[in-house]
Design a protein around this ligand. Structure first.
Ligand code: CA
Length: 235
């Protein structure tokens, strides 16, 4: 397994390199963010150890760029800071784990082993169906270029639809995934929320995304061409 360490403090970098090499990992080092991104672009690493405070390119920028390139290897972030906000930012930016300096080498190696076991994970940040996009981190929804403001419940409902496009979702499936155990299944709350959502994402659009499947439930129809009304082809 091959690991990249992106850390500008040579002492720290060399210390963890040695510990990793003793565990038989192949280790490369970058001493600034720019070199880190360049190396990760060229070589296939199984894990990246990334310091947050780096010259040339900060750790968060490196994180965004690696995920933006579609790199899915686990990333363990190191930092001297211990603010809760940093942890949240790191995890939201696609970091997999977080270790505050100073740390014990035993804990460090245990986290490396845990991340290696987990392997690469798909980290989707933006769901996209036709011209509708939902950013899971920023919690922003756009239909084309138009920004759509949703309430928390409308957002949760739309997220569930967007994670299950082109699939009929029954009212009981929707209830199970979007509402909690106290939900009264006798009410028409789901239909009411579907109406709210339609008014926000489909109103005035030539292509309606939310389809009613009579007697069954609803479907988010992402593929316009799959519409039953469309048959013949152009010659
Ligand atoms: Ca540093």
């Amino acid at each position: 397994m091959r690991i990249l360490i992106v850390e500008d403090e040579k002492k720290v970098s060399n210390f963890i390199r040695q510990a990793l090499e003793e565990e038989q990992y192949a280790v490369d080092q970058a001493f600034n963010g720019e070199d880190g991104v360049d190396l990760a672009e060229v070589y296939e690493y199984d894990l990246v150890i990334l310091d947050l405070m780096l010259p040339k390119k900060g750790g968060l920028v490196v994180l965004h760029e690696l995920r933006g390139m579609g790199k899915k290897m686990p990333i363990l972030v190191l930092t001297a800071r211990d603010a809760v906000q940093d942890k949240v930012t790191v995890l939201d930016a696609g970091g997999d784990d977080y270790l505050t300096k100073p740390f014990s080498i035993e804990e460090f190696l245990a986290r490396v082993r845990a991340l290696m076991r987990r392997g690469p994970v798909e980290k989707t940040q933006v769901l996209k169906i036709a011209d509708l996009t939902l950013d899971l981190i920023k919690r922003e929804v756009f239909r084309g270029a138009k920004r759509i403001d949703l309430t928390n419940k409308e957002y949760a409902l739309l997220e569930y639809f967007m994670r299950n496009p082109n699939r009929v979702l029954t009212r009981s499936m929707i209830t199970e995934h979007v509402w909690n155990i106290d939900f009264d299944t006798e009410t028409n709350v789901i239909d009411v929320y579907i109406t709210y959502l339609r008014n926000k994402i489909d109103k005035g659009e030539p292509h309606r995304l939310i389809q009613t499947i009579r007697g069954v439930g609803y479907m988010l129809q992402g593929d316009y061409n799959a519409h039953p009304g469309k048959t013949g082809h152009m010659v």
